[in-house]
Design a protein around this ligand. Structure first.
Ligand SMILES: [Zn+2]
Length: 114
């Protein structure tokens, strides 16, 4: 093999490695986005599960301890307010999903109903 030929092969290989490197960088970006999205979904899922648990618990305590109805309702309202301030919808329109665009008028009117 001539030196010139070897040299051109090395150049060619270097170009291909450059392309691989770029593709790897793009894949890394996509992976980071997927991890972020997965994290957000896991958080949302956890909050929804907590809400379901609270709902079950308050329904059970309503059945067995009707004298504590008022306390349970107040507690439920606090939980919803906390959830809203953590960035989730509590309104009928988007219940349980992330508030991506600041305050939600539906949520606020729901919070102020009490
Ligand atoms: Zn809302």
């Amino acid at each position: 093999m001539e030196k010139k030929e070897i040299f051109s092969q090395v150049i060619h290989m270097e170009e291909r490695i450059g392309t691989f490197h770029d593709e790897l960088g793009e894949l890394k970006e996509q992976l980071a986005m997927l991890i972020e999205e997965n994290h957000a979904l896991a958080m949302e899922n956890q909050h929804l599960r907590e809400l379901l648990d609270e709902k079950d618990t308050s329904e059970q305590s309503n059945e067995t301890e009707s004298s504590q109805d008022k306390a349970t309702v107040g507690e439920g309202h606090d939980n919803l307010a906390r959830l809203y301030h953590e960035g989730f919808h509590i309104c009928n329109m988007h219940y349980g999903s992330l508030r991506a665009e600041g305050d939600c008028l539906f949520c606020l009117s729901f919070l102020n109903q009490k």
